[in-house]
Ligand binder design. Structure first.
Ligand SMILES: [Zn+2]
Length: 306
């Protein structure tokens, strides 16, 4: 089995946006997700014990390990059953056979499909709440959805202050590395992360406006860091011969920038810093952007007509 989409051949439905596949085997609804780094599948369902005797079943012991050698582990915690499956040499039919056996095992041990939240035996649906996938009953979904739609408002001015405070860490790192003779691109990354985190901590939450504001602060502050570094460099060179304060040195930076050689060096330093800032913060920006664009979005994903 190569892809999650292959599960469609055993009657599962693929949700490409959420990168999950779901389907019912026996009386149980399963959600499958692929873990690319481990080359494993994670399959979950939500069940409750229909009588007290059912508690304490070791599911891993109750399955036929010779028949299903691809099962890594099975965990039952807080009414959620999680099955971890190795993808190596795995055929889609193997998964189907296993899920049939699993459903039988659940049935014989007295577990029924039930909501992990209210712990009641109820029909379950797949929902997305703020970008996370949940298998819940309709009542619990409604409760969680109405709670999550009251997102905490973003405090924009405080977010900007937080972002500026965060940027000072980036400035300090840039200045220290500059003094040591390095212009490390990683500083561009550190700068961006500090600005985002700063906004999030003081502004309560990072929304789209916050993302772009924090990014602009990061870009400007990297130039400020370079400017200060240049001033400090001028100071350390000239203080051996003249009485010159650090502020005088920093004030003299524009004069030095009119020299072609100095300007070329600055452009090179900053170009390097920004290239790494863009490169390294790309995935971070994408993640935050995804979170921001899914915040407050709550809907049912399995729209099957039953
Ligand atoms: Zn419920």
């Amino acid at each position: 089995m190569k892809k999650l989409k292959d599960l469609e051949s055993i009657g599962f439905t693929m949700l490409p946006r959420q990168q999950i596949a779901y389907g019912s085997v026996g009386n149980y609804k399963y959600i499958a997700e692929f873990l690319p780094q481990q080359n494993q599948f994670s399959i979950t369902t939500s069940v409750v014990a229909s009588n007290k005797d059912a508690d304490g079943v070791n599911f891993m012991d109750s399955i036929d390990k010779e028949r299903f050698p691809f099962v890594n582990w099975i965990r039952y915690e807080d009414h959620i059953l999680t099955i971890n499956v190795k993808n190596k040499h795995l055929e889609t039919e193997n998964i189907y056979e296993f899920l049939q056996a699993m459903s039988n095992c659940l049935l014989t041990n007295g577990y029924v499909e039930g909501c992990a939240d209210c712990k009641e035996e109820k029909p379950l649906h797949i929902y997305t709440i703020n970008g996370n996938i949940h298998l819940l009953c309709q009542d619990c979904f409604s409760k969680q959805a109405s709670a999550s739609q009251h997102l905490e408002p973003v405090h924009f001015p405080l977010g900007v202050v937080g972002s500026l405070i965060g940027s000072l860490i980036g400035v300090a790192v840039w200045i220290i590395l500059y003094k040591l003779g390095y212009v490390a691109g990683i500083t561009g990354f550190i700068m961006a992360v500090c600005c985002f985190k700063g906004f999030e901590i003081l502004g309560k939450r990072l929304d789209k406006k916050g993302i772009w504001t924090a990014l602009i602060i990061a870009i400007v502050m990297l130039a400020v860091a370079e400017y200060i570094s240049l001033g400090l460099e001028i100071h350390s060179v000239f203080s051996d011969y003249y009485t010159i304060s650090i502020f005088d040195a920093i004030r003299s930076v524009p004069e030095f920038l009119s020299e072609k050689e100095v300007m070329a060096g600055v452009i090179k330093d900053l170009g390097f810093g920004y290239a790494f800032m863009a490169f390294a913060s790309f995935s971070y920006v994408r993640m935050v952007y995804h979170q921001a664009s899914t915040a407050g979005i709550c809907e049912q994903l399995d729209k099957t007509i039953e």
